[in-house]
Design a protein. Structure first.
Length: 152
């Protein structure tokens, strides 16, 4: 485990990523009101939702990588493993760590598929359940507070 404070540049990257997640959660929360049929029929809305999920998950992965590198001295081997490492470190519960690992895999699907290949029902279902991302940001902020990284 690396001792000492999180360097300012890493902390700023973590906080910026947390803000990105919160901003995306706001956009996605507004899109939750759309019916499944309207979601599937509106390609502009689908594009916004898919892109926000990718951005939000990439931000979560960046946070995980920074915290793991700080704690262990080296980056995790994969995006899902970065989330599981946060569970091992006690930053996330084991359940949330696994949910976020699934989110990292979901991001890969969204980032590398297009058009009708994407299962719109799967994305719509994910849109209706944003709690894992809210819990992730809260757990990260709680961890940063606990270790004194947010003290002035």
């Amino acid at each position: 485990m690396t001792n000492g404070e999180i360097p300012t540049d890493r902390l700023n990257r973590i906080l910026t990523a947390a803000e990105t997640i919160e901003e995306s959660l706001g956009v996605l929360a507004r899109k939750q009101r759309i019916s499944r049929a309207d979601y599937k029929a509106d390609s502009d809305t689908r594009d916004i939702v898919e892109r926000r999920f990718v951005k939000m998950t990439e931000a979560a992965i960046d946070i995980a990588e920074e915290l793991v590198k700080h704690d262990r001295g080296h980056p995790p081997e994969s995006n899902p493993k970065s989330m599981r490492a946060l569970g091992e470190m006690g930053v996330l519960s084991s359940v949330l760590a696994e949910e976020m690992a699934q989110g990292a895999r979901f991001r890969n699907v969204l980032a590398h598929t297009y058009g009708n290949i994407i299962e719109h029902d799967v994305v719509y279902n994910a849109l209706q359940d944003l709690d894992r991302y809210r819990a992730f940001v809260q757990a990260v902020r709680d961890h940063l507070e606990f270790i004194g990284a947010l003290d002035d």
